[in-house]
Design a binder for this molecule. Structure first.
Ligand SMILES: Cc1ncc(COP(=O)(O)O)c(C=O)c1O
Length: 369
């Protein structure tokens, strides 16, 4: 039986082992482990790619969002609106910046439901932080209009969206600061944890540099404030530089696979697919994930597992407001409904077109039976 794993962790390395060994050998032979040229080069490349002035490599995206918010002035007494369909990391970044995360509904495109943002605004609201989920940017025109009307900041959790665009602007270029994740299963992944945070604001950039490295000024070596140790390892940066060389091809292939899913499954009434890849429209999606809503979701999941197809529910199937121990009181019925049906089917770089067809054959036969 064919096997299509949800994600193939050894694949990236084993598929190109000699090249990675050269990258690792080069960095280790130079003894270039912390804050070296590979990191600087990577930060510059990501800033240029996203069309922003600055990027700061950090240990992971969660830390990046936290220090981005702290540098932007988020703190105790503030509320930050997030989508409930996001990793708990988005909310914990707000929490550890000292503020209160306020989850709101997910919309039809699986991003923050713009209509529910305004209802959640109070006199404590300081910012909106959309998650650019599954490699799609939220409707930033609408979010920016609300932010302007209520005098709020905007941050982005762009952990899943490197390269995604809205109206020609890349994820990571909206708002005060934005984080990206290089967790191994991300489209641009490293061999462990990694992240970066982008900004156009020089003051925010300078503060983030301090916060990621014990509060130390890289110019004077003086400790200017309390800080963290959340640097992106230089070895990971070198691996990321290598992976980034082929990033455009990777995105192209992911969009092709998403197109194939659309072609094969678009006519099935029992599943709702994500928006299809469109050339030249308002949205350029990079398909970090292929998340669908499916009737009889749990039965489908079990059926696909029997047929060798791996699936996954984001966040273990629990929305942010559904974690009872974190004290959320929001009632979000649209999100609750969505979470009963959502499931991700495999879309990864180890897959062939035949694998995509196999997944589609199995889903089709499940609903025809
Ligand atoms: C939407 C979202 N936000 C935040 C994170 C956290 O990223 P990291 O693991 O790099 O901290 C992830 C990672 O999976 C994510 O998908």
């Amino acid at each position: 039986m064919r096997k299509v794993p949800f994600f193939n962790y050894p694949y990236v390395y084993t598929n190109d082992k000699d090249s990675y060994l050269k990258v690792i050998d080069d960095v280790c032979s130079r003894g270039a482990f912390i804050m070296q040229k590979d990191l600087q080069e990577f930060e510059q490349r990501i800033a240029d790619y996203c069309g922003v002035k600055y990027a700061v490599g950090v240990a992971n995206a969660t830390d990046g969002l936290q220090i981005g918010m702290m540098a932007g002035g988020i703190g105790p007494g503030d509320e930050v609106i997030v989508c409930s369909h996001t990793m708990i990391a988005t909310a914990s970044a707000v929490h550890f910046a000292g503020a209160t995360p306020v989850p709101v509904e997910v919309g039809p495109d699986r991003n923050i439901d713009v209509a529910s943002i305004e209802a959640a605004i109070t006199d404590k609201t300081k910012a909106i932080c959309p998650t650019q989920l599954n490699g799609r940017v939220a409707n930033m025109d609408a979010i920016e209009a609300i932010a302007k009307k209520h005098n709020l900041q905007v941050y982005e959790d762009a952990a899943q969206a490197l390269g995604a665009e809205f109206k020609g602007k890349k994820a990571g270029s909206f708002g005060v600061a934005a984080c990206f994740s290089f967790y191994p299963a991300k489209i641009l992944g490293c061999f462990g944890d990694g992240g970066i945070v982008t900004t156009n604001d020089e003051k925010v950039y300078d503060k983030m540099l301090l916060l990621r490295d014990h509060g130390r000024s890289h110019k004077t070596g003086e400790v200017e404030c309390w800080g963290y140790n959340t640097r992106l390892d230089n070895l990971q940066a070198a691996i990321l530089n290598y992976n980034f060389d082929t990033y455009e091809d990777v995105i192209k292939r992911r969009r092709q696979m998403a197109g194939l899913y659309q072609e094969r499954l678009g006519g099935l009434s029992q599943v709702q697919l994500p928006p299809p890849p469109v050339d030249g429209g308002d949205y350029f999606d990079v398909y970090q994930n292929y998340e669908i809503s499916a009737d009889r979701r749990d039965e489908l999941k079990a059926f696909l597992a029997e047929k060798g197809v791996g699936t996954l529910m984001q966040w273990g199937g629990t929305a942010v407001h559904q974690f009872p121990k974190l004290g959320f009181k929001q009632s979000l019925p649209k999100t609750d409904e969505f979470f009963k049906k959502m499931i991700m089917i495999p879309l990864n770089m180890s897959m062939t077109d035949d694998d995509v067809h196999y997944v589609c054959d199995q889903i089709t036969s499940f609903y025809k039976a």
